[in-house]
Write a protein that binds this ligand. Structure first.
Ligand SMILES: [Fe+2]
Length: 185
């Protein structure tokens, strides 16, 4: 599946603009991580990020199906098996352990984007360009801030990706700054 096809599929399935932006953010970070790890197939990592929440509109009232349905939808469309599996395991609620580097990357990247967006939105300018890694790390420690961004999972960047929280956060911020216009931030 090409990126263009994937983006169309995403827009057909997700009416919520913020969710589309979330998917674009995860895509950008996944691409940066693939590059960092010297993974040849950056596009595969990027697609996994872009498509990971494809089922959200359909499962929003019953999140127990979230990611299981998404993986099935993508499988039925003939999407690469590795991508389907990464989509399936990204929802920690199912307790499936991420095994491959791509699965691990998607797993920890998903909650990071929410923390970065929330940290940007409380700046006077509300712009990613004015956000710093240090600022995000401070927000990370504030438990009441952006509660939905699961710190325990973000922190797993250390054991799963062998990246310090600081390095992971910096890479995430830079990747999102690179698409700030698309994110409207
Ligand atoms: Fe997500």
């Amino acid at each position: 599946m090409s990126r263009e096809e994937a983006l169309k599929l995403l827009k057909d399935n997700l009416p919520n603009q913020n969710l589309i932006k979330h998917c674009l953010a995860v895509e950008a970070i996944m691409r940066a991580l693939a590059r960092h790890f010297g993974e040849g197939d950056e596009e595969k990592w990027a697609l996994a990020g872009l498509l990971h929440d494809i089922d959200y509109e359909k499962v929003k009232d019953d999140l127990s199906q979230h990611s299981l349905l998404g993986a099935k939808m993508l499988e039925d469309l003939g999407v690469d098996k590795d991508i389907c599996q990464a989509v399936k395991v990204h929802n920690e609620a199912h307790g499936i352990k991420p095994e491959t580097l791509m699965e691990k990357a998607l797993f920890v990247t998903d909650p990071l984007t929410g923390l970065i967006v929330a940290a940007a939105l409380v700046l006077p300018s509300k712009k990613l360009v004015d956000l710093t890694t240090e600022n995000i790390l401070n927000r990370f420690k504030e438990k009441a801030f952006a509660r939905g961004a699961n710190r325990e999972i973000i922190q797993k960047c250390e054991e799963l990706l062998n990246l310090s929280l600081e390095d992971f956060t910096r890479m995430g911020l830079q990747a999102m700054q690179g698409i700030s216009a698309d994110l409207g931030l």
